[in-house]
Design a protein around this ligand. Structure first.
Ligand code: BJW
Length: 244
Protein backbone atom coordinates (compact mmCIF):
# COMPACT_ATOMS: atom_id res chain seq x y z
CA UNK A 1 0.00 0.00 0.00
CA UNK A 2 2.83 2.38 0.88
CA UNK A 3 4.43 1.73 -2.52
CA UNK A 4 1.14 2.35 -4.33
CA UNK A 5 0.66 5.63 -2.45
CA UNK A 6 4.16 6.76 -3.37
CA UNK A 7 3.71 5.82 -7.04
CA UNK A 8 0.54 7.90 -7.25
CA UNK A 9 1.96 10.82 -5.24
CA UNK A 10 5.04 11.08 -7.49
CA UNK A 11 3.30 10.67 -10.86
CA UNK A 12 2.85 13.79 -13.00
CA UNK A 13 0.77 12.15 -15.69
CA UNK A 14 -1.61 9.30 -14.86
CA UNK A 15 -3.85 7.15 -17.03
CA UNK A 16 -6.38 4.93 -15.27
CA UNK A 17 -8.21 2.06 -16.94
CA UNK A 18 -11.19 0.70 -15.04
CA UNK A 19 -13.28 -2.42 -15.49
CA UNK A 20 -16.37 -3.96 -13.94
CA UNK A 21 -14.58 -4.59 -10.60
CA UNK A 22 -14.68 -0.90 -9.64
CA UNK A 23 -18.48 -0.91 -9.81
CA UNK A 24 -18.89 -4.26 -8.01
CA UNK A 25 -19.09 -2.56 -4.61
CA UNK A 26 -21.89 -0.36 -5.93
CA UNK A 27 -23.89 -3.55 -6.56
CA UNK A 28 -23.31 -4.04 -10.29
CA UNK A 29 -22.26 -7.61 -11.16
CA UNK A 30 -18.97 -8.13 -13.01
CA UNK A 31 -18.85 -10.27 -16.17
CA UNK A 32 -16.47 -13.12 -15.42
CA UNK A 33 -16.86 -13.89 -11.72
CA UNK A 34 -17.50 -17.64 -11.59
CA UNK A 35 -20.52 -17.29 -9.26
CA UNK A 36 -21.99 -13.82 -9.66
CA UNK A 37 -20.65 -12.73 -13.06
CA UNK A 38 -23.07 -11.91 -15.88
CA UNK A 39 -21.37 -14.46 -18.15
CA UNK A 40 -21.80 -17.16 -15.48
CA UNK A 41 -25.57 -16.88 -15.97
CA UNK A 42 -25.88 -15.79 -19.60
CA UNK A 43 -23.96 -16.56 -22.74
CA UNK A 44 -22.27 -13.54 -24.34
CA UNK A 45 -23.11 -14.99 -27.78
CA UNK A 46 -26.84 -14.84 -26.92
CA UNK A 47 -26.80 -11.31 -25.52
CA UNK A 48 -23.75 -9.26 -26.48
CA UNK A 49 -23.40 -9.57 -30.26
CA UNK A 50 -25.27 -7.89 -33.10
CA UNK A 51 -26.18 -11.38 -34.40
CA UNK A 52 -27.90 -12.07 -31.05
CA UNK A 53 -29.90 -8.84 -31.42
CA UNK A 54 -30.91 -9.75 -34.97
CA UNK A 55 -31.95 -13.23 -33.81
CA UNK A 56 -33.86 -12.17 -30.71
CA UNK A 57 -34.08 -8.39 -30.26
CA UNK A 58 -36.70 -8.70 -27.49
CA UNK A 59 -34.46 -10.85 -25.30
CA UNK A 60 -31.42 -8.62 -25.77
CA UNK A 61 -33.37 -5.37 -25.27
CA UNK A 62 -35.07 -6.64 -22.08
CA UNK A 63 -31.75 -7.87 -20.61
CA UNK A 64 -30.24 -4.42 -21.13
CA UNK A 65 -33.41 -2.71 -19.86
CA UNK A 66 -33.06 -4.69 -16.63
CA UNK A 67 -29.37 -3.80 -16.30
CA UNK A 68 -30.17 -0.13 -17.03
CA UNK A 69 -32.72 -0.14 -14.22
CA UNK A 70 -30.09 -1.55 -11.82
CA UNK A 71 -27.53 1.07 -12.91
CA UNK A 72 -30.03 3.86 -12.23
CA UNK A 73 -30.75 2.52 -8.74
CA UNK A 74 -27.17 2.20 -7.48
CA UNK A 75 -24.68 4.87 -6.43
CA UNK A 76 -20.97 5.45 -7.13
CA UNK A 77 -18.74 4.02 -4.39
CA UNK A 78 -15.65 5.27 -2.58
CA UNK A 79 -13.39 3.93 -5.37
CA UNK A 80 -15.12 6.14 -7.96
CA UNK A 81 -14.81 9.17 -5.65
CA UNK A 82 -11.12 8.50 -4.97
CA UNK A 83 -10.44 8.74 -8.71
CA UNK A 84 -12.07 12.19 -8.79
CA UNK A 85 -9.49 13.27 -6.20
CA UNK A 86 -6.64 11.55 -8.07
CA UNK A 87 -7.34 13.73 -11.12
CA UNK A 88 -6.65 16.98 -9.28
CA UNK A 89 -3.51 19.00 -10.10
CA UNK A 90 -1.93 16.67 -12.65
CA UNK A 91 -2.40 15.34 -16.15
CA UNK A 92 -5.01 12.65 -15.78
CA UNK A 93 -7.15 10.56 -18.10
CA UNK A 94 -9.78 8.10 -16.98
CA UNK A 95 -10.52 5.35 -19.49
CA UNK A 96 -13.31 2.96 -18.61
CA UNK A 97 -14.66 -0.23 -20.10
CA UNK A 98 -17.79 0.23 -17.99
CA UNK A 99 -21.08 1.31 -19.50
CA UNK A 100 -22.67 2.43 -16.20
CA UNK A 101 -21.68 6.15 -16.05
CA UNK A 102 -20.81 5.82 -12.34
CA UNK A 103 -17.50 7.65 -12.85
CA UNK A 104 -19.33 10.64 -14.33
CA UNK A 105 -21.93 10.52 -11.56
CA UNK A 106 -19.10 10.61 -8.99
CA UNK A 107 -17.75 13.75 -10.69
CA UNK A 108 -15.02 12.50 -13.04
CA UNK A 109 -14.73 14.54 -16.21
CA UNK A 110 -13.71 13.71 -19.78
CA UNK A 111 -14.14 9.98 -19.22
CA UNK A 112 -13.24 7.87 -22.27
CA UNK A 113 -15.98 5.24 -22.48
CA UNK A 114 -14.40 2.47 -24.56
CA UNK A 115 -17.46 0.22 -24.61
CA UNK A 116 -20.18 2.89 -24.85
CA UNK A 117 -23.01 3.59 -22.42
CA UNK A 118 -26.00 1.57 -21.36
CA UNK A 119 -27.84 4.86 -20.80
CA UNK A 120 -27.85 5.63 -24.53
CA UNK A 121 -29.44 3.76 -27.43
CA UNK A 122 -28.84 3.91 -31.16
CA UNK A 123 -30.67 3.03 -34.33
CA UNK A 124 -29.71 -0.54 -35.27
CA UNK A 125 -29.31 0.33 -38.94
CA UNK A 126 -28.34 4.03 -39.11
CA UNK A 127 -26.54 4.49 -35.78
CA UNK A 128 -28.44 7.67 -34.79
CA UNK A 129 -27.96 8.24 -31.03
CA UNK A 130 -30.88 8.48 -28.58
CA UNK A 131 -30.66 9.70 -24.98
CA UNK A 132 -34.36 9.15 -24.25
CA UNK A 133 -37.04 6.77 -25.44
CA UNK A 134 -40.37 5.49 -24.11
CA UNK A 135 -39.79 2.70 -21.57
CA UNK A 136 -42.56 0.27 -22.50
CA UNK A 137 -42.69 -3.47 -23.07
CA UNK A 138 -41.96 -2.89 -26.74
CA UNK A 139 -38.53 -2.29 -28.24
CA UNK A 140 -38.40 1.38 -29.23
CA UNK A 141 -37.95 2.23 -32.90
CA UNK A 142 -36.09 4.93 -34.79
CA UNK A 143 -37.93 7.32 -37.16
CA UNK A 144 -36.61 5.13 -39.99
CA UNK A 145 -38.53 2.15 -38.57
CA UNK A 146 -35.51 0.15 -37.36
CA UNK A 147 -35.19 -1.02 -33.76
CA UNK A 148 -33.09 0.87 -31.25
CA UNK A 149 -30.27 -1.11 -29.61
CA UNK A 150 -28.14 -0.20 -26.59
CA UNK A 151 -25.23 2.10 -27.50
CA UNK A 152 -22.63 -0.36 -26.22
CA UNK A 153 -19.81 -2.20 -28.00
CA UNK A 154 -20.64 -5.85 -28.53
CA UNK A 155 -18.16 -8.60 -29.35
CA UNK A 156 -16.94 -8.39 -32.92
CA UNK A 157 -17.75 -4.66 -33.15
CA UNK A 158 -15.21 -1.89 -33.47
CA UNK A 159 -14.73 0.61 -30.68
CA UNK A 160 -15.36 4.28 -31.52
CA UNK A 161 -12.24 5.34 -33.42
CA UNK A 162 -11.83 8.78 -31.83
CA UNK A 163 -12.16 7.37 -28.30
CA UNK A 164 -9.76 4.49 -28.95
CA UNK A 165 -7.21 6.76 -30.67
CA UNK A 166 -7.28 9.12 -27.67
CA UNK A 167 -6.86 6.17 -25.25
CA UNK A 168 -3.80 4.91 -27.16
CA UNK A 169 -2.38 8.43 -27.33
CA UNK A 170 -2.58 9.07 -23.57
CA UNK A 171 -1.34 5.54 -22.74
CA UNK A 172 1.80 6.25 -24.75
CA UNK A 173 2.50 9.51 -22.91
CA UNK A 174 1.75 8.79 -19.23
CA UNK A 175 4.33 8.06 -16.55
CA UNK A 176 1.94 5.95 -14.46
CA UNK A 177 -0.77 3.61 -15.79
CA UNK A 178 -3.21 2.19 -13.23
CA UNK A 179 -5.36 -0.83 -14.11
CA UNK A 180 -8.31 -1.23 -11.74
CA UNK A 181 -10.88 -4.02 -11.48
CA UNK A 182 -10.48 -5.53 -14.92
CA UNK A 183 -9.63 -9.10 -15.87
CA UNK A 184 -7.55 -7.67 -18.75
CA UNK A 185 -8.95 -10.30 -21.11
CA UNK A 186 -10.89 -8.19 -23.57
CA UNK A 187 -9.14 -6.59 -26.52
CA UNK A 188 -8.25 -3.97 -27.52
CA UNK A 189 -8.59 -2.45 -24.00
CA UNK A 190 -6.15 -5.01 -22.57
CA UNK A 191 -3.41 -3.67 -24.84
CA UNK A 192 -3.42 -0.21 -23.26
CA UNK A 193 -1.33 -0.99 -20.14
CA UNK A 194 1.16 -2.95 -22.26
CA UNK A 195 1.59 0.03 -24.58
CA UNK A 196 2.16 2.28 -21.57
CA UNK A 197 4.90 0.10 -20.06
CA UNK A 198 6.55 -0.29 -23.46
CA UNK A 199 6.91 3.51 -23.51
CA UNK A 200 8.51 3.47 -20.03
CA UNK A 201 5.49 4.06 -17.76
CA UNK A 202 5.15 2.35 -14.40
CA UNK A 203 2.17 0.01 -14.08
CA UNK A 204 0.10 -0.29 -10.91
CA UNK A 205 -2.62 -2.94 -10.76
CA UNK A 206 -5.47 -2.92 -8.24
CA UNK A 207 -7.64 -6.01 -8.33
CA UNK A 208 -9.25 -8.50 -5.98
CA UNK A 209 -7.15 -11.24 -7.58
CA UNK A 210 -4.20 -11.88 -9.88
CA UNK A 211 -4.85 -11.38 -13.58
CA UNK A 212 -2.92 -12.01 -16.76
CA UNK A 213 -1.60 -8.44 -16.36
CA UNK A 214 -0.17 -8.91 -12.86
CA UNK A 215 3.17 -10.25 -14.06
CA UNK A 216 3.80 -7.03 -16.01
CA UNK A 217 2.96 -4.72 -13.10
CA UNK A 218 5.60 -2.63 -11.40
CA UNK A 219 3.45 -3.13 -8.32
CA UNK A 220 0.16 -4.98 -7.76
CA UNK A 221 -2.16 -4.57 -4.78
CA UNK A 222 -4.77 -7.23 -4.18
CA UNK A 223 -8.04 -6.16 -2.55
CA UNK A 224 -11.24 -4.20 -3.14
CA UNK A 225 -10.87 -0.98 -5.07
CA UNK A 226 -13.55 0.67 -2.90
CA UNK A 227 -11.23 0.29 0.07
CA UNK A 228 -7.77 0.52 -1.53
CA UNK A 229 -8.31 3.63 -3.69
CA UNK A 230 -9.49 5.87 -0.82
CA UNK A 231 -6.54 4.60 1.23
CA UNK A 232 -4.13 5.43 -1.60
CA UNK A 233 -5.65 8.92 -1.82
CA UNK A 234 -5.56 9.44 1.95
CA UNK A 235 -9.35 9.73 2.17
CA UNK A 236 -9.59 8.48 5.74
CA UNK A 237 -13.27 9.36 6.06
CA UNK A 238 -14.06 6.52 3.64
CA UNK A 239 -11.70 4.20 5.49
CA UNK A 240 -13.54 4.93 8.76
CA UNK A 241 -16.88 4.30 7.01
CA UNK A 242 -15.59 0.86 6.07
CA UNK A 243 -14.50 0.11 9.66
CA UNK A 244 -17.86 1.13 11.22
C1 BJW B 1 -12.49 -6.33 -8.36
C2 BJW B 1 -13.53 -6.15 -7.47
C3 BJW B 1 -13.34 -5.16 -6.51
C4 BJW B 1 -14.13 -7.71 -8.81
N1 BJW B 1 -12.21 -4.45 -6.48
N2 BJW B 1 -11.36 -5.63 -8.30
C5 BJW B 1 -7.43 -10.01 -30.18
C6 BJW B 1 -7.14 -11.21 -29.56
C7 BJW B 1 -8.17 -12.02 -29.08
C8 BJW B 1 -9.48 -11.67 -29.23
C9 BJW B 1 -9.77 -10.46 -29.83
C10 BJW B 1 -8.75 -9.66 -30.30
N3 BJW B 1 -9.32 -8.53 -30.84
C11 BJW B 1 -10.65 -8.63 -30.73
C12 BJW B 1 -10.95 -9.80 -30.14
C13 BJW B 1 -12.33 -10.28 -29.87
C14 BJW B 1 -12.94 -9.65 -28.63
C15 BJW B 1 -12.14 -10.12 -27.40
O1 BJW B 1 -11.37 -9.39 -26.81
N4 BJW B 1 -12.40 -11.33 -26.96
C16 BJW B 1 -11.71 -11.87 -25.77
C17 BJW B 1 -12.76 -12.12 -24.68
C18 BJW B 1 -10.96 -13.09 -26.17
N5 BJW B 1 -12.97 -8.20 -28.69
C19 BJW B 1 -13.88 -7.57 -29.40
O2 BJW B 1 -14.72 -8.18 -30.05
C20 BJW B 1 -13.85 -6.05 -29.35
N6 BJW B 1 -13.94 -5.52 -30.67
C21 BJW B 1 -12.87 -5.42 -31.48
O3 BJW B 1 -11.76 -5.71 -31.11
O4 BJW B 1 -13.17 -4.93 -32.74
C22 BJW B 1 -12.21 -5.12 -33.78
C23 BJW B 1 -12.45 -6.49 -34.35
C24 BJW B 1 -13.68 -6.79 -34.86
C25 BJW B 1 -13.90 -8.05 -35.39
C26 BJW B 1 -12.90 -9.00 -35.36
C27 BJW B 1 -11.67 -8.70 -34.80
C28 BJW B 1 -11.43 -7.40 -34.31
C29 BJW B 1 -15.08 -5.53 -28.63
C30 BJW B 1 -15.13 -5.91 -27.20
C31 BJW B 1 -16.43 -5.44 -26.58
C32 BJW B 1 -16.62 -5.94 -25.16
N7 BJW B 1 -17.96 -5.75 -24.77
C33 BJW B 1 -18.35 -6.07 -23.41
C34 BJW B 1 -19.88 -5.87 -23.30
C35 BJW B 1 -20.20 -4.38 -23.26
C36 BJW B 1 -21.67 -4.13 -23.16
C37 BJW B 1 -22.29 -4.66 -21.90
O5 BJW B 1 -21.99 -4.16 -20.80
O6 BJW B 1 -23.10 -5.58 -22.01
O7 BJW B 1 -17.65 -5.21 -22.51
S1 BJW B 1 -17.88 -7.71 -22.90
C38 BJW B 1 -17.47 -7.25 -21.25
O8 BJW B 1 -16.05 -7.46 -21.04
C39 BJW B 1 -17.72 -5.75 -21.16
C40 BJW B 1 -16.55 -5.30 -20.34
O9 BJW B 1 -16.33 -3.91 -20.53
C41 BJW B 1 -15.43 -6.17 -20.84
C42 BJW B 1 -14.27 -6.29 -19.89
O10 BJW B 1 -14.65 -6.91 -18.70
P1 BJW B 1 -14.01 -6.44 -17.31
O11 BJW B 1 -14.42 -5.07 -17.03
O12 BJW B 1 -12.57 -6.75 -17.31
O13 BJW B 1 -14.83 -7.37 -16.30
P2 BJW B 1 -14.49 -8.86 -15.79
O14 BJW B 1 -15.71 -9.40 -15.19
O15 BJW B 1 -13.83 -9.65 -16.84
O16 BJW B 1 -13.38 -8.64 -14.67
C43 BJW B 1 -13.70 -7.97 -13.45
C44 BJW B 1 -12.41 -7.89 -12.65
O17 BJW B 1 -12.67 -7.13 -11.47
C45 BJW B 1 -11.88 -9.25 -12.17
O18 BJW B 1 -10.48 -9.31 -12.46
C46 BJW B 1 -12.10 -9.24 -10.64
O19 BJW B 1 -11.08 -9.94 -9.93
C47 BJW B 1 -12.08 -7.78 -10.36
N8 BJW B 1 -12.87 -7.36 -9.20
N9 BJW B 1 -14.51 -7.07 -7.76
C48 BJW B 1 -11.23 -4.74 -7.38
N10 BJW B 1 -14.30 -4.93 -5.58
Amino acid sequence: MKIARMMVAKAKSIVVLTGAGISAESGIPTFRDAQTGLWAKHSPEELATSEAFERNPGLVWSWYAHRRAVVKLVQPNAGHYALVKMALNREFTLITQNVDSLHQRAGSQNVLELHGSILRAKCFTEGKIFHKWPETDKIPKCDCGAYLRPDVVWFGESLAKETLDKAFEVAQKCDLFISIGTSSLVQPAALLPLIAIKQGAQLLEINKEETSLTKYATHAVQGSSGILLPMIMGMWKYRLDVLK
